[in-house]
Design a protein around this ligand. Structure first.
Ligand code: UD1
Ligand code: MG
Length: 448
């Protein structure tokens, strides 16, 4: 292999997070910080990407999936040692881009600017620096009188004067592969018991090599997450980025600060999102929808012209012109076809609901299949669970379910049938018939 390879460091202990979850798997705007970095890398033309993971890194490996290869760092002996773990895999790469799994805000434009500078300058290393408002805990960039980078000093080891330096190391670098692999094994363990990747800079200078740099135009990109305060700062920055992207794409956010939308959500133009709404996970919403106020939509697909008022939609699909709310809960792979209308207090779980079907007040559908133009009266319940098993209710096209009907599943209601108010339906209802009573029986002339 030759060309550009990337290494993402994700094997650190993350002790400052005080968490049972590996640091790089903590979420920012609904996506783990590691996946932010790996997804960003997709926009950069790297021939091979390797993530350095800890020995107990099964969850990290699973999160990485096929986005990159992984290599285990058996002992957490610092960032230089972490990079070294990929040396065999990437021994003949011309350039090595190194990123940290805990800096999720770096954008691909910046990485590309870094790579361009690296190519132009023919330096042994080009690093990305930043001048953020708060430098706490970060490595400081030491420059000589001509302004050339001489070294990076970690805060722990910095002198009081060096701590006053406002320019910091973002942890993003592009190295000449041969130089990196030659110098890295010689980086000693420091007083903290770790070998610092940052010490490679001074080693390059010591042998007369050239160090180039790019200063990030937006210092927010440099936010490295070592504790939960930094996590919350990154969350705020990323959420605002998502809001701005969506507004520029033609979506109205009536009150952006009270609207929380995850990084990978897609929304079509002229959709309006009202205050107090959260849209999360892998969700796709069409055009001209009205969402909120007060709605929660997770991992769902909505067509065009839908309306979701003060309702919760989870892992479900809504076709065009579905409207619901206030106070509905649609979940567990429910599918609502075109022009389905739900009023107040409707719960729909794992059910198919056909075009134009209406369910206006206080009802529950679970494990049900409803046809087209069904009217579900107030207080209808599919009794889908007998305490042991879940059973299916099937309701065909043009059925009228009277108020307060209980459908004891498994049961089928045939096309065009009707149930009287208060029916408890224990047996299949033939097409076109009317049933009533407890248990429901077929209404005919004699029973009048
Ligand atoms: C590091 C830099 C610092 C920079 C900051 C930017 C070093 C020595 N310091 O500090 O100059 O300002 O990032 O955010 O590099 N990791 C491993 N194996 C290890 C140790 C760490 O894979 O043995 C990984 C971590 O998972 C993390 C990354 O390397 O993703 C950086 O490690 P971290 O401990 O967060 O370093 P910082 O103190 O943030
Ligand atoms: Mg860090």
């Amino acid at each position: 292999m030759s060309g550009l390879a990337a290494i993402v460091l994700a094997a650190g202990k993350g002790t400052r997070m005080k968490s049972g979850l590996p640091k790089v798997l903590h979420s920012v705007a609904g996506k783990s910080m590691l996946l932010h970095v790996l997804d960003m890398l997709r926009a950069v033309d790297v021939a091979r990407a390797v993530v350095v993971i800890p020995p107990d890194g099964a969850a990290i490996r699973e999160a990485v999936g096929d986005r990159a290869e992984t290599v285990v760092q058996a002992e957490q002996l610092g960032t230089a040692h972490a990079v070294l773990q990929a040396s065999e895999m990437l021994s003949d790469a011309d350039q090595i881009l190194v990123l940290c799994g805990d800096t999720p805000l770096v954008i691909s434009d910046t990485v590309e600017a870094l790579l361009r500078r690296h190519a132009e300058s023919a330096a042994a290393v080009t690093l990305l620096t930043a001048i953020p408002p708060d430098c706490t805990g970060l490595g400081r960039i030491v420059r000589d009188a001509e302004g050339h980078v001489v070294s990076i000093v970690e805060e722990k080891e910095a002198t009081p004067e060096q701590r006053c330096i406002r320019e910091i190391n973002t942890g993003v670098y592009c190295y000449d592969g041969r130089v990196l692999w030659r110098l890295l094994p010689g980086i000693p363990l420091g007083p903290s018991g770790e070998a610092y990747l940052t010490d490679v800079i001074a080693a390059i200078r010591a042998e007369g090599g050239r160090v180039a740099d790019v200063v990030a135009s937006d210092p927010a990109e440099a936010i490295g997450i070592n504790n939960r305060i930094q996590l919350s700062v990154a969350e705020g920055v990323l959420r605002q980025r998502v809001r701005e992207r969506l507004m520029l794409e033609g979506i109205t956010l009536v009150d952006p600060p009270s609207t929380f939308i995850d990084a990978d959500v897609q929304i079509g133009r002229d959709t309006v999102v009202h205050p107090g709404t959260t849209i999360s996970g892998v969700t796709r919403i069409g055009e001209r929808c009205v969402i909120g106020p007060g709605s929660v939509i997770a991992d769902s697909v909505l067509g065009n012209d839908c309306r979701v008022l003060m309702s919760v939609v989870e892992s479900s699909t809504l076709d065009d012109k579905v409207s619901m709310g206030p106070f509905c809960h649609v979940r567990a792979e429910a599918h609502l076809a075109r022009e389905v209308h739900l009023g107040n207090f409707a719960e729909i779980k794992k059910s198919e609901v056909g075009t134009g079907t209406r369910m206006h007040h206080f009802s529950y559908l679970g494990d049900a299949k409803l046809g087209e133009r069904v009217n579900v009266g107030a207080g209808t319940i599919t009794c889908n669970y007998d305490g042991v098993h879940k059973w299916t209710t099937t309701i065909d096209d043009d059925v009228f379910i009277g108020s307060d009907t209980l459908l004891i599943a498994p049961v089928e209601v045939g096309r065009g049938a009707k149930t009287g108010a208060g029916s408890v339906v224990t047996r299949n209802v033939p097409p076109g018939s009317t049933v009533f009573g407890v248990p429901a029986r077929i209404k005919n002339e004699e029973s009048r």
